[in-house]
Design a protein around this ligand. Structure first.
Ligand code: FEO
Ligand code: CA
Ligand code: CA
Length: 710
């Protein structure tokens, strides 16, 4: 595979220079046995589910997104579909599902979310692809569909034929929207040169359109008489929360000096949400969208001199704010919020979990600062026996951490609005793993574990705004790019994808050297491969069934990787029982004990450019969705994405008959950006008629209407 010429990005190598050890000196009371599993899940692990005694976690109580079927018991074969064969990278402008299944694109970028909002129909032409104004784009589905949750209608039902889809739009591709790229802008670039398509980076409406294709769409969807999913365009629930929507700040950081700006002197309101990556839902039916890559992508520092002392301050460095930086977006030219010289605190107002009530469009979304600020990937939850709720979260950057937030108060399952303040009060923890299969949740609480004023944390808000630095201080365990987590309410296991980390044990990677603490970040039991090209999946379980507690056990589930024939270096081979994959990213646990795994191997390929390990990736082809039977560890490939796309946000209706999947950035993944005209998925309208590739949610069903995979 040819080399790519692209500088590594911070998530590839990280900003964590803390030198935290990878295993603790903690003395933990083991509550279950360690099982490093090398071919799926072992009988040891299975025994843990069922037998009694203090070794076992009591079931937690929760309402999972896809409740388990009542009867009959799970069939022996829950992967009853024909495995989809790999597609070579850049081989197809199509999406492939097994024989006997069909897909339709339900929400496509540029389509109207709701007619009551006044959203116009999708307009496109050969001359102007997303032919829309910024104001119109605020009423349309955005780009880069990522996290997603399905909320049945009516609330409290298990309806599998009508519901609300909340959909994240992680980014908006300037090139796709406007026919040209901003990528490559430098500190000295003249904005006037960015105008090959007749639009300009200085044009406020272009910027507004880009902002509008960010955020979260909430759409009502239903299954029609023919079994096809449609958007209910005249729904009263339809709405868009985008990069200019006013959002409240909740929790300890509300009103803090570091949250105040010229546009919000009180530090209580933020315009917009950005980098909306993965997501989650609360047990009271609200949506949690996770702000991930907010800091390096949007905020320009080019007006600040390199000598500015803040560039030496870990508060900025740890969040990827570096000198002379401008990137894909040029919003700072027309919106001073994104110019750090003008508004140095604006960046502190992004990187949070945002709560949105899809059932109540009148309720203002809230940034929940009690959950900490970092590159939030997604949120998975479990409910404790006492009805306190634990939320598990990953910080997606090389050598960063896994967190848990536990509410201070119990939720009220019978009064959803009574739970609206629950996420503002509680304890944020960060995970410290031990190599023998145990672990400890370390509280990030002002005054504890060195989180004191003399160490730079004068109050709890400072601990949360700079959560990465607080986690560094307490000695959390550096993991290989934590992406999604998914919880199994019946067993208490929380599955976590560690997507890849080619800087692990790699002294030549950017940010590493034999002279820095990072050189000590060698492989360990939790991250067992140097130059981890393909990633792996672990699972964690809180001790004694107490998800509010501070002890957990963990197990290796699988090492990803290609098979022997495709993998010259044995160190890169995986332990998968079944179909090969790389770079697990999005995961969802369904009611049939299956873990659905969406991949984002594009990132691994990017990283391989500078690790020199690209050939061990080459056999995998396009990104994909797979299902793992967690009882046996068997893995089967269910879907292949179109060229350039990653697979995100998988959701299943309670009846198991519909799988919703997001196809993010078809056509424009690195390493080789595909010419804009090369793909027209999913519409397949000719380019001469305005055909344009569009991110979309697809609904996958069995042609005979049956339960997927059963
Ligand atoms: Fe937005 Fe870490 O993926
Ligand atoms: Ca992801
Ligand atoms: Ca990823």
């Amino acid at each position: 595979m040819s080399k790519i010429s692209r500088p590594p990005e911070p998530e590839d190598f990280g900003t964590n220079q803390s030198g935290n050890p990878y295993f603790g000196d903690i003395v933990h009371a083991r509550l279950s046995r360690r099982a490093i599993l090398t071919g799926g899940l072992s009988t040891v692990a299975l025994a843990l589910f069922g037998c009694g005694g203090s070794d076992d976690a009591a079931p937690v109580t929760t309402a999972p997104a896809t409740p388990a079927p009542a009867e009959p018991a799970l069939p022996a074969n829950t992967l009853n579909f024909e495995s989809v064969k790999r597609t070579p990278m850049l081989a197809g402008d199509d999406l492939v599902v097994p024989p006997g299944y069909r897909w339709t694109a339900v929400t496509k970028q540029g389509d109207p979310i709701g007619s009551k909002l006044g959203a116009p129909a999708f307009r496109t032409s050969a001359a102007r692809r997303f032919d829309t104004t910024g104001a119109e784009a605020e009423l349309q589905f955005g780009d880069n569909h990522d996290g997603m949750a399905y909320f049945p209608l009516p609330y409290g039902s298990k309806s599998s034929d009508r519901g609300l889809l909340a959909i994240n739009h992680e980014a908006a591709r300037a090139g796709v929207i406007s026919g040209f790229r901003f990528t490559g802008v430098t500190a000295t670039t003249d904005p006037a040169t960015l105008d090959p398509a007749g639009e300009t980076a200085m044009n406020p409406d272009v910027v507004r359109k880009q902002k509008a294709y960010h955020g979260v769409s909430v759409a009502e969807v239903y299954r029609d008489a023919a079994g096809q999913w449609q958007v209910q365009r005249d729904s009263a629930y339809a709405r868009k929360v985008h990069a200019d929507t006013w959002i409240a700040i909740g929790g300890p950081a509300r009103g803090h000096a570091a949250m105040r700006t010229g546009g919000d002197p009180a530090g209580e309101q933020v315009r917009g949400t950005l980098g909306n990556c993965g997501s989650g839902a609360t047990p009271w039916g609200t949506y949690l969208t996770c702000e991930e890559d907010c800091h390096k992508n949007y905020f320009a520092t080019r007006e600040l001199p390199a000598s500015d002392a803040r560039f030496q301050d870990p508060k900025w460095a740890r969040y990827n704010i570096v000198s002379g930086y401008v990137r894909d977006y040029t919003w700072h030219f027309v919106d001073k919020r994104f110019d750090l010289a003008a508004e140095p605190n604006e960046t502190n107002r992004f990187g949070w979990v945002v709560e949105i009530d899809p059932y109540d469009p009148s309720w203002q979304p809230v940034k929940r600062t009690a959950l900490g600020r970092f590159a939030h990937e997604n949120v998975a939850h479990l409910v404790n026996a006492d009805k306190r709720v634990a939320f598990y979260m990953g910080d997606d950057q090389g050598f960063d951490y896994i967190y848990k937030f536990v509410t201070a108060k119990a939720m009220d399952p019978d009064n959803r609005t009574a739970n609206r303040g629950l996420l503002d009060e509680g304890t944020l923890y960060v995970a410290k793993f031990a190599e023998d299969g145990g672990g400890e949740w370390l509280p990030l609480v002002h005054g504890q574990n060195g989180l004191t004023a003399e160490n730079g944390f004068p109050d709890q808000a400072s601990v949360l705004i700079w959560a990465r630095l607080a986690a560094d201080k307490v000695g959390a365990t550096q993991m290989d790019r934590p992406e999604w987590l998914a919880s199994d309410a019946a067993s208490g296991w929380v599955y976590a994808t560690l997507s890849n980390n080619t800087s692990r044990g790699n002294a030549t990677a950017p940010g590493n050297s034999t002279a820095t603490p990072r050189a000590a970040q060698a492989k360990n039991a939790m991250n067992p491969r140097d130059k981890n090209l393909h990633g792996h999946i672990i699972r964690m379980r809180d001790a004694g069934g107490n998800v509010a507690g501070t002890r957990f056990d963990w197990e290796m589930v699988v090492l990803a990787g290609t098979d022997t024939a495709d993998t010259p270096d044995p160190a890169n081979r995986g332990t998968i029982k079944g179909d090969a994959f790389s770079s697990p990213d999005s995961v969802m646990f369904d009611g049939w004990q299956r873990l659905w795994i969406g991949t984002d191997a594009g990132d691994a390929l990017k990283a391989s450019d500078w690790s020199g390990a690209g050939t061990d990736w080459s056999g995998l082809g396009n990104d994909m969705l797979l299902a793992m039977d967690t009882r046996s560890g068997q893995v089967k490939r269910f879907l292949i994405a179109p060229d350039g796309a990653e697979v995100c946000g998988t959701q299943m209706t309670a009846d198991g008959r519909t799988l919703f999947v997001n196809i993010q950035h078809p056509g424009t993944e690195q390493p080789r950006d595909i010419p804009i005209d090369a793909m027209t998925w999913p519409d397949k309208v000719p380019v001469s008629q305005g055909g344009i590739v569009r991110s979309a949610t697809v609904a996958i069903t069995r042609i005979d209407g049956g339960v997927i995979g059963i």
